[in-house]
Design a protein around this ligand. Sequence first.
Ligand code: BES
Ligand code: MN
Ligand code: ZN
Length: 494
Amino acid sequence: MTLPLTLDFAPATPAAYDALAGAEGRLVLLLPPDGRLGALARRVNRAARGAIQRALEAKAWEKLKPGEAMELAWPAGLRAEAVQLVKLPARATVAEARKAGAAVGRALGEAGAVVLAAGQRRVADIALGLTLRAYDFGRYRTGEAAPKPRGLVMLLVDDPDAARAAMGPATAVAEGVCFTRDLVSEPANVLTTSDFAARLADLKTLGLKVEILEEDDLSKLGMRALLGVGQGSESPSKVVVMEWQGGKKGEAPFAFVGKGVCFDSGGISIKPAAGMEEMTMDMGGAGVVAGLMRTLALRKAKANVVGLVGLVENMPDGRAQRPGDIVASMKGDTIEVINTDAEGRLVLADVLWYAQERFSPRGMIDLATLTGAIIIALGHEHAGVFANDDRLAAALLKAAGAEGEGAWRMPMGPAYDEMIKSRLADMKNTGGRPGGSITAAQFLRRFVRDETPWCHIDIAGVALQSKDTTLAPKGATGWGVMTLDRLVRDLLER
Ligand code: BES
Ligand code: MN
Ligand code: ZN
């Protein structure tokens, strides 16, 4: 799937405006808080016989925060179906600019929009917010409910060439986020492990190197922790390796690792029926890694980055893994499987180890919808960040802050590690209810070398939202693509 709409830029001149002014659809005015009208906005106001000016003098305008909008429907004197007045200071923050764009994207219909953005810097952020909020996963809605195509959005700006140039990286980010959202939204009968791998193989057209390891390969590598999770499924387990080599030749890459459980029924430790349908999103970590790699390739990032995802399905079956089974990981450590529903850590254990053995990465970040406990701890506002390296954690939290994606550092320590000691094996895969997200992170840490700076991000609470958010409609958010793209810029591209 591609982006939800088409954007274009034209110069904010009277001639360009007059050429578009006859268009139906929406007319959007981005205006400073004091409501001062520029030349084009005055033209609109005259045509509307002063209606814009009157609206700006109303209390409703005063009450708006930066990035918020109000609307005049079927304004007399204009052909537009509506005029949207968006409050946006000329020196807006990134967050305000994206929010303003999102107000436009949310309201956008079939007839498209003309957006007067003269005097605005951060045009690319306005356009990014617009695009992300206009996203709609509508593949499976038919008839009346079928998604309507969005009309063209024409932005009138001071410098169309500069805007187009700035749009390049922003479009790459939008493409990555929408790719992640598509993957997370797909049902598990469509997005099987094989279908997921095929979609990743398609990224080769962008210049990424993509390699798919099949069960035979994984078996030879000794990834029995990962294979145990998938052994009850008809879908074959896979590991997909995506390499982007945009940096110095021979320089060690940074590694991103994703949990890709295409469906998590819990296995023999089966989950309750209520809400189980949400476990189609349990590949969200792999989805973010995929979206990030797409973004990096599209904007030709000057960095060496490798993305690895473990794709499995966790099902109950005659051949499925049992509670009490003991498996040997690729690293060699043995694991007692207490609960087959604590499967994500089993998958990640082998992929993390493989990533280090093969690439000796200069740093490593894994993402996973790993625990329900992180939702108890942080709700749906912040992802949980665990780390063995304060510098990497600080850089990650800074990038998340700059992108407006919630992230919160969680503690680790030997006392939590004690909780996953096993009587029969080197460790067990659950540590009980207390600190459930932390014991999961301690488990992963056993598969990370001390010399590898590493963060684990538990995105169980943020990958999916039950309500609309500023930049996304209800559903898959793509949380993390923007943060990690910025982290790559901050850490690897300077
Ligand atoms: N995929 C789930 C975690 C999850 C829960 C993601 C809710 C998104 C929303 C994970 O595999 C799981 O089942 N974790 C168990 C671990 C427990 C058995 C130790 C959990 O959180 O209950
Ligand atoms: Mn599970
Ligand atoms: Zn899971």
